[in-house]
Write a protein that binds this ligand. Sequence first.
Ligand code: SIN
Length: 280
Amino acid sequence: MASALTISPIAGALGAEISGVDLSAELSDGEFGAIHQAFLDHHVIFFRDQHGLTPEAHKALASQFGTLNVHPYVQGMAEHPELLEIIKEPEDKVNFGGGWHTDMSFLEKPALGSLLYAIEVPEIGGDTLFASQIAAYEALSDGMKAMLAPLKAVHSASREYSAAGHSAQSRKSMQASTASQAPEFEHPVIRTHPESGRKGLYINPAFTLRFAGMTKRESKPLLDFLFNHSRDERFTCRFRWTRGTLAFWDNRCCWHYALNDYAGHRRHMRRATVNGDRPV
Ligand code: SIN
C-alpha cells in the first residue's frame, strides 16, 4: 500500500522534514520504503512530534536499518547500552558533538547512520548543522577529484578522545573514557555510497589525522583546504529542534555539528547509531 508521507526539503543541498508517520508504531512496508528512499535522497531526515518514542521504540526503529552500535568510549544507558544520553546542563561549557564530524569514522566499519531524539530542547539555540559531503565532492574541480581518487586517510579516536581532546569536558558528563591509544584505520578519501552509488568526500576534522603514507605536517595543508571546502554554506542545512523530533542522518555522506550557543539552558537528546560497512 502506498504511504501518505509528506517529504519537504529544508535546504538546497540536503535535509528534509517528513510528516504523516508515527515512528513509535511498526512501520508498514510502504512507510519503510518511502523513509529509506528519502534518507538516501536527502541524507538527513527529520520527524517532528514523535512524542511516544520510548527507548525500546527508538531501538526498534533504528534496528530496521541495521545492527546497533555500542559506543566503544562513551557509556550508554544502563538498561540500553546502545542508546547514548547526550545531555548538556545549563552550567556545562562544552557540548558533545560541537565540531564538524561524522560519527564513528574511527572504526574499521564506521556508522551507517544515527537517530537522534530530542527529549528536552533549549528555548533558544541548540540547532544542529549538517553538510553534504556528496555536494562538497561534486563541487571540486576534475583535477582535484583525480588527485584525491587514489588517496586514503587515517582515522582514529585518539585525538578527539585524548585527555586534551576538544570535547574533554562534555566527555566527562557523558561518562566517556579516554582513548589515546585507540587504533587507526585507513578509509578512502573519496567514498562511494554503498546504496546510492554516489561519490562523496569521507574525511572529517574530528577523526581524520592524516593522509595514509604521509606525515601530519605534509597532510595538513590539503586537509585544511578540504575541511574548509566541505563546510561551505552551499552544502549545509541548519535544523531547529522542537521537543519530540527525531533526526536520522547518513554518516556515510554527511557531516554534522551541534551548535553550542545556549549557555544557561539544558538540552537532552538520545542517540542510537546503526552500524555500517567498510568504506570503499
Ligand atoms: C552528535 O554529534 O551526535 C550530537 C548532535 C547534536 O546533539 O545535535
